[in-house]
Design a protein around this ligand. Structure first.
Ligand code: LRH
Ligand code: MN
Length: 394
């Protein structure tokens, strides 16, 4: 086996990416939702579709759950989740509380001026942590839509204090091996200030919450001019990088499929992580997750495409020659250093990935296997009769 192929195989061996349950459901924008007859509505259908993607790719053994969308009964719904996990071969992954759709959250959740609403939000997070414990899920992933739309309407420092208080209370409910992931986002749905708007705010809040809190980087949650891989390098250096929500975007939080607009961006992120691992000699403890909404592409096809692109970009990042790179960096040999990344990125890793799949009894081309496999026709026939009601977001 050629050296590159061995490095690619070794990288793929340890690379898994978590699927979002909401990526299989009918989602839309504020301008409408285009319904797909085969879209998943029930949690069983979401596990079934995720199980199919995992069966075809061998790289996505867990499914992220959004509590009110997937397990509205909380811990009371855990037995059903365990049954579905066993039936479809994917485990429940990160648990995502819903702190944004209830009417009571109009002026925020953890940052809401009303103590009663803050208490309700805190209780939902504590209940979600309990659900995660029953399901043996490690990560509870928190995203807050909290913020304001007009200057002067929110007391930013007061809300920050409430976030510290409520994140500390949430952290106190964690089991010894659990983590709290704090996700930041610069804007939307709030358009004047967002309480956790960037990596620095998320880092300070994670630190204030406690030692089991980490920062979650959603690649779509940055201004276009921001250097995301530099943020990743800093969070690694601070020991506070907990995970990623991967997607792509041309303008804002577009939630497009990974690598569809700027694959080199994701490669540069993977490179910073692998260089960190090379230099520290340890495996970075990172949860790789997908967070996309497939409004136009076929949902399962888009998910398989995303997993395959993530594998390819991770494999390319495994080909960077660190000795050559670090020497060139020390010598400020700019072009030679840059070439180290560009050569790896330009390497066609697809043949080696096909071999890796074949060696594991997986289809060499999972997308083709999906198109020819008949699963889509089967679920379309089963699900089309019921018209999904375009009620909630997902
Ligand atoms: C917010 C977000 C968050 C999820 C949601 C589905 O934009 O990225 O991670 O809860 O999308
Ligand atoms: Mn996200």
């Amino acid at each position: 086996m050629r050296n590159n192929d061995a490095r690619i195989a070794a990288a793929l061996e340890r690379f898994t990416v978590e699927l979002p349950s909401w990526g299989f459901a009918n989602t839309g924008t504020r301008f409408g939702k285009f319904l797909q007859p085969a879209a998943a509505v029930t949690i069983e259908e979401k596990f079934s579709d995720a199980g199919h993607v995992h069966a075809l790719t061998g790289a996505c053994p867990t499914l992220a759950l959004h509590v009110l969308w997937d397990v509205p009964d909380g811990a009371g719904g855990a037995a059903e989740i365990d049954r579905l996990s066993a039936l479809y071969g994917v485990r429940a992954g990160s648990i995502n509380p819903n702190l944004f759709q209830d009417q009571q959250y109009k002026f925020g959740s953890f940052g809401n001026p009303e103590a009663g609403v803050r208490a309700a939000a805190r209780q939902h997070v504590v209940d979600s942590i309990a659900l995660a414990r029953v399901l043996r899920c490690r990560d509870v992933s928190l995203w807050f839509a909290d913020g304001s739309n007009y200057p002067g309407t929110a007391n930013i420092r007061q809300r920050r204090a409430w976030f510290v208080e409520n994140l500390r209370a949430s952290h106190a409910a964690l089991g010894p091996d659990q983590r709290l992931l704090v996700e930041y986002k610069p804007f939307e749905p709030a358009f004047y200030h967002t309480d956790i708007a960037d990596w620095g705010m998320a880092l300070l809040l994670a630190r204030a919450a406690g030692p089991q809190a980490r920062v979650l980087v959603d690649t779509g949650h940055h201004y276009l001019s921001q250097n995301v891989e530099q943020i990743v390098a800093w969070l690694l250096a601070e020991g506070l990088l907990g995970g990623f929500h991967f997607n792509d975007r041309r303008y804002a939080d577009d939630d497009l499929t990974l690598g569809s607009i700027d694959p080199y961006q994701v490669f540069r992120i993977f490179h910073e992580i692998r260089l960190f691992e090379h230099e520290t000699g340890g495996a970075a403890d990172i949860a790789y997750m997908i967070d996309q909404s497939h409004n136009l592409k076929g949902k399962i096809e888009a998910m398989i495409q995303t997993v395959a692109v993530a594998q390819a970009l991770y494999a390319k990042a495994a080909l960077v020659d660190y000795d050559r790179l670090l020497l060139a960096q020390r010598q400020a040999d700019l072009v030679r250093a840059e070439e180290c990344l560009q050569d790896a990125f330009a390497t066609d890793v697809r043949p080696a990935i096909r071999d890796w799949r074949a060696a594991r009894g997986l289809p060499a081309d999972p997308l083709e296997a999906f198109r020819e496999g008949g699963y889509l026709q089967k679920i379309t026939a089963a699900r089309a009769p019921r018209a999904a009601s375009p009620s909630s977001y997902a």
